[in-house]
Design a protein around this ligand. Structure first.
Ligand SMILES: C[S@@+](CC[C@H](N)C(=O)[O-])C[C@H]1O[C@@H](n2cnc3c(N)ncnc32)[C@H](O)[C@@H]1O
Length: 340
């Protein structure tokens, strides 16, 4: 079992980690009154005070419309004609100065405090939205969606592969890059593929090879298949909520490839950190692990059991804050916990 030296440095690191989790919640609650609402100049002043209080960047709330309308997907691909039995088009107007989430999770400082960039446009923006069923938003090229794929778009080169077609934003932005040779997509929903083939692919301004494989990502997540490509980006979940479940199943496969990234991995791993930190704090305080595990709600039981299995196997002694933070923020450690 992992052990800790009891010293002042670790005392304060543990407390700061625990406190940063509380602080995030306080911050998120404080800004809840402002998000998805029109930000009057008075409200903006109040919001900036909150951002300042938590040291969240506050001088970049106003976004240039160009980041949306200048995006090649937004510019080239029109979704107005989409009309299938299950999915149809609607235009959503985002009123000027409406405060929106502009990206997923951004880590801040060395503990667990983080923020989701928020901002507004100075003019009304029409956003194409594909809806499904009674009124569910199915997919939309929203800023936060495009921004959160930034790393994947950037790193794409040679033969690229992605799991999850959606409306083909990532495949299109990859194909437009000179250094990308071809794109392969694994998508399990036939309706998504049909809709893409009928309405979206014909608008792609590129002759490069785009292959869509109708199949389940889990069946293709193996070294032999993944090694056929130069870069892989996995994006078949809707948010960090369902993402953790799917990402865990992928980690359990213990596939060893380095040229792969996962959509909103940082957000997903924060949910893991939220269990790992209290778990380690409990050990640090020399309290009963069994009691700790029992105190965790059903939803996170599997995760806490995995955490326990992983740390039981370690027999090192942690003595400094850096060693502790290497565990908390180490992607390899967190992935290994999920692989247990
Ligand atoms: C968020 S969208 C992907 C967005 C895409 N990156 C884009 O640029 O438009 C997720 C897609 O994953 C698909 N999907 C969900 N589970 C899957 C699975 N197990 N295997 C393959 N595709 C899956 C969904 O049908 C959906 O089309």
């Amino acid at each position: 079992m992992i052990k800790f030296e009891r010293n002042k440095e670790l005392d304060s690191a543990m407390k700061n980690l625990m406190y940063s989790m509380v602080e995030v919640n306080e911050y998120l609650t404080a800004i809840l009154n402002y998000t998805e609402k029109v930000l009057t100049p008075q409200k903006e002043k109040e919001l900036i005070e909150i951002l300042k209080k938590y040291n969240v960047p506050h001088d970049c709330l106003k976004y240039d419309l160009e980041i949306l309308i200048g995006n090649p997907y937004f510019r080239d691909i029109k979704l107005e004609n989409v009309d299938s039995q299950t999915v149809w088009y609607e235009k959503a107007t985002i009123k000027k100065r409406t405060l929106m989430s502009m990206n997923f999770h951004q880590p801040m400082e060395k503990y667990l405090f983080h923020h989701h960039p928020i901002g507004y446009f100075e003019a009304d923006v029409d956003l194409p939205v594909l809806k499904e069923g009674s009124d569910k938003v199915w997919m939309s090229p929203a800023i936060s969606e495009i921004a959160s794929m930034g790393e994947g778009i950037e790193k794409g080169h040679g033969k690229c592969m992605t799991m999850g077609l959606g409306i083909g934003v990532l495949p299109y932005l990859w194909l437009l890059k000179e250094e990308v040779e071809s794109v392969t997509v694994v998508e399990f929903n036939k309706d998504v593929i049909d809709l893409f083939e009928k309405y979206i692919r014909p608008q792609f301004k590129t002759d490069k090879k785009l292959e869509i494989i109708h199949g389940n990502a889990f069946d293709y997540y193996n070294e032999e298949f993944l090694n056929r490509f130069d870069y892989v980006y996995v994006d078949f979940w809707e948010s960090s909520g369902d993402g953790l479940k799917f990402y865990t199943r992928l980690m359990e496969k213990k596939v060893d490839v380095r040229h792969i990234d996962y959509w909103i991995e940082d957000s997903i791993l924060y949910d893991v950190k939220y269990i790992v930190v209290p778990y380690l704090y409990n050990i640090y305080q020399e309290k009963s692990v069994t009691d700790f595990i029992s105190s965790i709600d059903e939803e996170s039981k599997e995760l806490v059991m995995k955490t326990n299995r992983y740390f039981k196997k370690r027999n090192d002694i942690i003595a400094t804050e850096d060693e502790l933070l290497d565990i908390i923020h180490g992607k390899a450690v967190l992935r290994e916990i999920l692989a247990q």
